[in-house]
Design a protein around this ligand. Structure first.
Ligand code: DQA
Length: 148
């Protein structure tokens, strides 16, 4: 299956940014970890990072043409206010899991609300890079989650 991993604004700065929340690894380290973890499973990954809301929306739309089966998205701060990303995920109807490296419920109040999670199968928060792994495994087991 084809899995699109989207990381939103400022996640290109992982490694330098607030290590107490996000860890010391770079986004490249995390993407390599994911790729190696699922080596020989037949999953084809497309890793995408953008600081622009519009580019993320275009990428989600293109997922229909590129026959993406599942999306894992860490929308960064767009999580908390991007109704357009929410609508894009809802429109393409590709099963999606939202991931956060930090526990968004243990931080500032504004981070505790996601406008995107309601159109996702679920949300994983606070489990650092393993969140991406658990999200991918959950999507692989999707039949067991929602019977479809
Ligand atoms: C984040 C949490 C967001 O609140 C924040 O704006 C980020 C990263 C996380 O992975 O913990 O950029 O999505």
């Amino acid at each position: 299956s084809r899995v699109l991993i989207i990381n939103g604004p400022n996640l290109n700065l992982l490694g330098i940014r607030k290590k107490e929340h996000y860890g010391s690894e770079t986004l490249e380290d995390i993407n390599l970890f994911i790729k190696e973890y699922f080596d020989n499973t037949g999953i084809l990954f497309d890793f995408f990072q953008s600081n622009s809301e519009g580019e993320i929306i275009d990428k989600i739309h293109k997922s229909l043409d590129t026959k993406i089966d599942y999306i894992v998205i860490n929308p960064g701060a767009l999580t908390h206010y991007s109704y357009s990303i929410r609508d894009a995920i809802e429109a393409v109807r590709i099963p999606t899991v939202e991931v956060h490296l930090s526990n968004i419920h243990a931080r500032e109040n504004f981070r505790g609300k996601s406008v995107i999670a309601p159109v996702c199968i679920g949300q994983i928060s606070g489990l650092r890079k393993f969140g991406y792994i658990y999200a991918i495994n959950a999507l692989k087991e999707k039949k067991d989650i929602n019977g479809g």
